[in-house]
Ligand binder design. Structure first.
Ligand code: ZN
Length: 199
């Protein structure tokens, strides 16, 4: 039985056909993108590992170093969260924690827990549960929004003090791009692979 693809904009049902790498299948009625021909498991795993390393860097290194009146201050992600909390901005602290730490961490762990076994030729434990969880987690990750906030903050601070972006900022940027890239991969590739290794 051929797999079907439903357009999420106009509900037209299509029979899936393979598209070449980097190509996009589009809806015949409204032209919206249906799915991408981006299904290389090794590439997905490489990007997921990149996201993992970038996540560690984002958390372990300062986002920026500021010098005010000859005093150097390093601002870390955790420091920003603690500072927001101390400034009686618990919602900002919670939003930072969820979008930059908790949600990406859960997404990375879930992705690795399906990608690593599939790449090694085994069906991951609780595969369908994990795939559903990845789908549910995605909207909670708002790294892009906060990345914009970080850029604005850095630009503003550069006017006040001499600010040097740190490795942490680099980590946040790489993590953002890696997770966005993972989002553009076709999840059907994972399902197909899981069916293959079970058979
Ligand atoms: Zn459509």
């Amino acid at each position: 039985m051929g797999e079907l693809a439903i357009c999420r904009y106009c509900d037209t049902v299509h029979r899936r056909a393979d598209v070449s790498v980097r190509a996009t299948a589009r809806c015949v009625r409204c032209g919206s993108p249906l799915y991408h021909g981006n299904a290389d498991l090794s590439a997905m795993l490489a990007v997921a590992l990149t996201a993992t390393i970038a996540f560690v860097i984002a958390n372990a290194f300062p986002l920026m170093t500021m010098s005010v009146n000859g005093r150097q201050t390093e601002a870390t992600l955790w420091g920003a969260i603690v500072a927001s909390y101390d400034q009686e901005l618990p919602l900002v602290a919670a939003a930072l924690t969820i979008s930059l730490i908790v949600a990406p961490l859960i997404e990375i762990v879930l992705l690795l827990s399906v990608l690593v076994p599939l790449r090694a030729g085994a069906r991951p434990l609780g595969f369908s549960w994990i795939m559903r969880a990845i789908h549910i987690m995605r909207p909670w990750r708002m790294v892009e929004v906060f990345l914009l906030g970080v850029v604005v903050a850095v630009v503003k601070l550069m006017g006040l003090a001499s600010t040097v972006p740190g490795w942490g900022s680099f980590g946040v940027i790489v993590m953002t791009f890696a997770l966005a890239t993972l989002g553009s991969f076709d999840p059907v590739a994972l399902w197909r692979r899981a069916d293959e290794v079970r058979a």
